[in-house]
Structures are given as structure tokens and as C-alpha cells.
Design a binder for this molecule. Structure first.
Ligand code: FES
Length: 391
């Protein structure tokens, strides 16, 4: 794994731990090169929101963990950037994705998660293979001229990288997060929970909520702060993505261990942000994939996948430890992050701010906004050039 991370320019565990000790000793943290001022209109504007959705559709975005598709016929149906999509593992082991719309009269052919031999539409039972081909039309004499080949499910590009499934709905602006994703999740990890939650907040407020440790003492005084540090992070960027390390106070136990023998398990939380709207958090006893789906300028959906950790030294994960750790994070610190995002959204009505300022402690958020801005500019430039060539 260290080798895979090095390919993406990310530090090894041993180097991260040494850097954490340096920050503890010097009372420092990693810093951005610059301060970022984000106009408040970008959280409110319908036009900006529409452009953001278009950026999402024109980048590979994380759709689900590979662990949600363990077998032939395993599928996940959810909406991505407002568009219903179903991803499924085929007979050949490959993951494919399709627009989740029957080619008869458009009903979705799958809901939630499960395992099927074929997708059979609930409305009139048209059936599609795992490769999307239309296989059966009940009473097909009622459709005398039907060209079946023209009525397969419509494909969406799907790629599997680093234990994650990405979908790309339209001609991509770039390979985005996928070009730089390391191996994050391993095949022995199992999905043990999936929930969706809604909040009245712009999606960026939720993304930003896990991008710095500057808020740990103030917002999480009884949940995360007693175990961690305030404003002490290692923050690296890789492509448009970033990785934050949140050390636990117990990392001090590693000081007396030779650097090459130091293990990060239970000592550090790694949070990998995958541009624009996903993050993988590696917690003490479980891993989370959170996909932050914009539903409206002031409404967001959390698609929250929880996975067992990789087997350690050949030993499977401790189930009781997983449940305790997972519920603690979800019921305490995450609730506080959600409250902050919703409070900011409500406060937008005051018009007190023309901009939000992200300081040098907020390096990952600065990097996120730089890339979102660059993608929006690229999209708008393309639209401008298209309109000029048409006129
Ligand atoms: Fe699917 Fe009719 S809409 S079979």
C-alpha cells in the first residue's frame, strides 16, 4: 500500500507519524499557500448550482464502493448529480452502469441495492440482462415493429479503481479524481451498512465540514477533541483531491517505537477527499465512504456506506468494536458537523457576508475551491465557445 500511495505523491505512514510528532513539538499544523475567498452567491445561485451539476456529470465521480457489488448480479441504484443510475457486476466480473430508466415508458428498473439475474421492470415486466440488453418483452406481438437493439438500457461509463466504482455521465472535462486515486479499499472489506440522510444545506458546506482540524476544539469539545488535537493535521493534495490526517492523542505511544515499526492503526484517522463530492475516512475500527449529493442549492443528500476494516495480521475485524466505533462517529461528531452546515445555510439569509474566507489552516478546502472554480471556468469557456461557433 505504501508503494501505491507513493505513486500518487502521498507520504508513507512512517513519514506521516514523524510529521505529526514535529507538529506536536512545534505547536504547528500544515498550511495552505494562500487564503481563499469564496463568494456567498456560489452557495445560493440556481445558475451556479446548475453549472456545478454539469461539472459533476462531466467528471468521473464516485458512485459506490466495489464492496457493494461483491457478486455477479449485485447492483446499486442511486441518483448521481440528480440522475438515476444503476451499477451492476456482470457475468464477466466487470462493473457496468446504465441510466436507470426502462426503454418502454421509463420506469426505473432497479431500486436500492440487491442481487438479480436480470432487471425486470415493475411496470410491464420488460427484462434486461446484466449487460443492459433487452431480453424479454411480454406480449411482444403488441409491438410489431420494435427494434430490440435500439431499446437496450442506455450505458453510462463505469470504471473501478482503488476499491471504488466511478461513473462518468458525459464527455469528461478530465479524468478528475480517478486519475490520482490510490488503492483505498481492499477486496476483503465488507459493506455492513448503507443509509441516506438529507440536510437543508448546500452540498459544499458538507464537503467543507471535514476539510480542516481548525474546528475540532470549538465544534467537537466532547466528541472528537478529548481523543484528538485541535488544529493539528497533515494535509496533502493529490490531483484535485486531498488527504487529511487527524492524529489521536494516543499517537504519543509510538514515540518509543522505531520509526520503521510504527503502525498507524488506531493512532491516526486518514480522510481521503475525492473531488468533487466523496470522501473515504479510515477510522479506528471501520471505514466510511460518504458521497455528498447536491439535490438543490439548499438541499443535500448524504449517501453513507460503512465498511469493515481490512483484516489485520490475517485476523478478521472485531464486530463489536466496529459497531461501537461506527455509532460513536455517526451519532456524535457527525451530528455536530451536520448542525454546522445547516446553521451556515440558514445564516445565508442574513446577507451578512459577501464572501466566506478560508484561511491557511484550511488547506484542503482551498484546494477544493481552486479545482471547483477551474472546472466551472472550463465548463463555461466550452459553453461560450460552442455558442460562438453556432452563431
Ligand atoms: Fe418498463 Fe413498461 S415502463 S415495462
Amino acid at each position: 500500500k505504501t508503494e501505491a500511495l507513493a505513486v500518487h505523491g502521498l507520504m508513507s505512514d512512517a513519514d506521516v507519524i514523524q510529521r505529526v510528532f514535529d507538529h506536536i513539538d512545534n505547536n504547528t499544523t500544515d498550511l495552505a499557500d494562500r487564503v481563499w475567498r469564496e463568494p456567498v452567491t456560489s452557495y445560493l445561485s440556481d445558475k451556479n448550482f446548475a453549472d456545478e451539476l454539469e461539472v459533476f456529470r462531466r467528471l468521473p465521480t464516485v458512485f459506490c464502493p466495489s464492496a457493494a457489488l461483491p457478486k455477479t448480479g449485485s447492483y446499486v441504484a442511486r441518483s448521481a448529480a440528480g440522475v438515476p443510475i444503476v451499477a451492476v457486476r456482470g457475468d464477466d466480473g466487470r462493473v457496468r452502469a446504465f441510466y436507470n430508466a426502462c426503454r418502454h415508458r421509463g420506469m426505473m428498473v432497479a431500486e436500492g441495492m440487491g442481487k438479480v439475474g436480470a432487471f425486470v421492470c415493475r411496470y410491464h415486466a420488460w427484462a434486461y440482462g446484466l449487460d443492459g440488453r433487452l431480453k424479454n418483452v411480454p406480449g411482444d406481438q403488441g409491438f410489431p415493429d420494435l427494434n430490440r437493439d435500439a431499446h437496450n438500457l442506455i450505458s453510462v461509463r463505469a470504471d473501478e479503481r482503488g476499491g471504488l466504482v466511478f461513473v462518468t455521465q458525459k464527455e469528461p472535462l478530465s479524468e478528475g479524481a480517478m486519475a490520482a486515486v490510490p488503492d483505498l479499499l481492499s477486496p476483503d472489506q465488507e459493506l455492513f451498512d448503507f443509509v441516506q440522510m438529507h440536510d437543508p444545506a448546500n452540498w459544499k458546506l458538507v464537503v467543507e465540514s471535514a476539510m480542516e482540524g481548525y474546528h475540532i476544539k470549538a465544534l467537537h469539545p466532547k466528541s472528537f477533541y478529548p481523543y484528538g488535537f485541535d488544529n493539528l493535521n497533515v494535509v496533502e493534495t493529490y490531483g484535485p483531491n486531498s488527504r487529511l490526517v487527524f492524529p489521536f492523542r494516543r499517537v504519543e505511544k509510538l514515540r518509543d517505537i522505531a520509526p520503521e515499526d510504527r503502525r498507524p492503526d488506531g493512532m491516526l484517522t486518514y480522510v481521503y477527499h475525492l473531488f468533487p463530492n466523496a470522501r473515504v475516512s479510515m477510522l479506528s475500527n471501520h471505514h466510511q465512504l460518504i458521497i455528498i449529493e447536491p439535490e438543490a442549492p439548499d438541499r443535500v443528500r448524504w449517501d453513507f456506506f460503512r465498511l469493515t476494516p481490512p483484516a489485520r495480521d490475517g485476523k478478521p475485524a472485531d464486530k463489536a468494536g466496529i459497531a461501537k466505533d461506527a455509532d460513536f462517529v455517526k451519532e456524535t461528531g457527525l451530528v455536530e458537523d451536520r448542525e454546522a452546515a445547516c446553521s451556515i445555510q440558514a445564516g445565508l439569509a442574513t446577507a451578512a457576508n459577501t464572501h466566506f474566507t478560508f484561511g491557511r489552516y484550511e488547506k484542503s478546502a482551498v484546494h477544493f475551491h481552486e479545482h471547483l472554480d477551474a472546472n466551472l471556468a472550463q465548463l463555461r469557456q466550452g459553453a461560450y465557445e460552442d455558442s460562438r461557433s453556432e452563431s
